[in-house]
Design a protein around this ligand. Sequence first.
Ligand code: HEM
Length: 426
Amino acid sequence: MATQYRSEKLEKAFAALSKNYRGLDVDLYAVSREKRQTTPVMEGDFMASLSVPTHAGQRHGHPTYAVFKYNDIKAVLQDAATFTSGFIAKGLGTFFGGDGLIIIAMDGDQHRKARGLLQPVFTPQSVNPWRVEIERSIREEFIAPLVPNKRADLMDFALYFPIRVIYALIGFPQENIGDFYEYAAMGLTILAGPKNDPAEEEAARQNAVSASQGLYDAVIKLVAQRRAEGANGDDLISRLIRAEFEARRLDDMEIATFVRSLVAAGGETTTRTFSSVMTLLLQRPALLARVRDDRSLVSKLIDEAIRFEPTSTVKVRQAARDVEIGGVKIPQGALVQCVIASANRDEDVFENADEFDIDRKLKPSFTFGYGPHMCIGQFVAKLELSAAVNAVLDLFPNLRLDPDQPAPEIQGGQLRGASSIPVIWD
Ligand code: HEM
């Protein structure tokens, strides 16, 4: 079903998003290795130095610092009272319209309460009932129809399946998936809002706000419908209607605002991660053969790919008071760019950090974040990734890179991933 549906708008929006955050083609890992050695806490705007547009830098009037070592970043992300996220509401949040209040931009008690309501819906126990449908839809709708072609660009379906999964979880009617790809394109337009040029950014804000409103209108209608029907189902909206934390429940507006943000939070992040997992695997034929023959290795493959190539390379916080990191004084109000791509390759934490080694001892990397804001959807993401990797290995016999096409390349300063993965099979 879904692979037959292609949304030009979605493909264009994804390409535009990648381009927006690509920045300079520098070797990000070499640059950050050098920073870890020379200026592990650097005064200055690291993202601007990569030519990546951001609301989390000097252009927006705040002194800016960048942090490169694993333990310093861990300390920042886990201390959400000192290093806050509220500034996101005034930056990326404004592209969502309304008061810009999305969960990633909440602090303190407000965040704790929102998380208390939402988290139970995303625990492994809650996500597991969705497993069968997630596996079925990825395998049957996206991968099985390609088998007779004996060649494909894996990115042709990688853009669609995570959106299809979110669509099913939310509980939209099956037949309107085409409309939802258009909404997802709107979601990507919102994410691509921040620009290097302020005039361009204002125009992008207008587009994004109307996209965000369109998405909200579609979701809120469904929330009202589910509530009227009694909200007994396993779908995300019904579960959120039933959720209760400290005697509080979510109203329709809160549910619609949250659900709307999932398209952006869980769509392209999973697409890009899948692209990196498959690129790293296909570049290593011996590893490919090993994983094909022993599927218990798929979760190790995914964890290592997530460490090695984080899809989003930087997370930013704002200092709520004067504070010191690694002996460097950070003034109240300063923005702190935590360079995840650097922490994940910190040689003091990961042995042979620049080697892709699925057998390494498991240690948490920061690709899903760390501390109170850590990714709420990580079990859904891992479930989808594992379903997709297993399905391509099962259904495409002797899968390998297409020798007649350009080899895939993982690129990007802020958002990383491969834009094309041409493969063949027998
Ligand atoms: C491989 C795919 C994914 C990656 C790499 C990823 C990464 C992240 C990261 C780094 C954060 C923390 C942001 C911060 O600290 O400021 C985050 C938060 C979040 N993610 Fe994901 N994510 C992925 C998939 C998903 C999926 C599938 C969903 C939902 C179905 C989701 C929903 C969320 C939400 C709601 C938050 C906000 C949590 C909060 O602020 O408390 N993500 N994600």
